[in-house]
Write a protein that binds this ligand. Structure first.
Ligand code: HEC
Length: 164
């Protein structure tokens, strides 16, 4: 515990000195893992974001939201327990013959609930994987807005609902 606390203090000092504190991604060594197998989790919802929407340049297309078991408890309770993981899976959308369907994967966005590791950002850690890659992550400047916007969400920083 003591060594963990001093590691955190050292990381915070390093972040303050380098200015990294202003980018609330996560402290060094606290990388968020790729959510292996999320396509088999509970499907919460899907939505299409079209060119008229302000989020189109970044999140335009069709997205699906998936939740692991602890996150499903959270959707019901309105507060998400430790270990909750939610995935926002964004695909480009194409229209043909009256069908709208997903094609190339744009990003896989992830939220992980761990109030100790991610206490600075409301208990949630945020990560974004590029395309189909499980290792290529978005640049820190693209991660800056995640927690700020999610702070406005109605249920413990989560926007989506799970309609039973
Ligand atoms: C400008 C606001 C905004 C920003 C910035 C933003 N999001 Fe979201 N996010 C949303 C909204 C709104 C939804 C709900 C979409 C839906 O209901 O289909 C959402 C949904 C999600 C979800 C599914 C859980 C939920 O809240 O419904 C995850 C996971 C997620 N975003 C991760 C991220 C990550 C990671 C980043 C940063 C790379 C990010 N978001 C940046 C607004 C934002």
């Amino acid at each position: 515990m003591t060594s963990r606390r001093s590691t955190l203090a050292a990381a915070a000092l390093l972040a303050a000195l380098t200015g990294a504190w202003s980018s609330p991604r996560h402290l060094p060594g606290e990388e968020i893992a790729y959510p292996t197998g999320y396509r088999l989790w509970t499907h919460v919802k899907s939505e299409i974001i079209g060119p008229e929407h302000p989020a189109f340049p970044r999140f335009g297309g069709i997205h699906h939201v998936y939740a692991n078991q602890p996150a499903m408890t959270g959707y019901r309770a309105g507060r998400f327990p430790q270990g909750s993981v939610i995935v926002f899976d964004v695909l480009q959308a194409e229209q043909r013959d009256g069908r709208t369907f997903g094609t190339r994967r744009r990003v896989v966005d992830v939220m992980v609930k761990d109030s100790i590791r991610f206490g600075a950002t409301g208990g949630w850690g945020f990560e974004e994987f590029r395309g189909d890659s499980r290792t290529e992550r978005s640049a820190p400047e693209l991660m800056r807005g995640c927690a700020g916007c999610h702070q406005r969400a109605p249920h413990d920083m989560v926007f989506s609902d799970f309609p039973d």
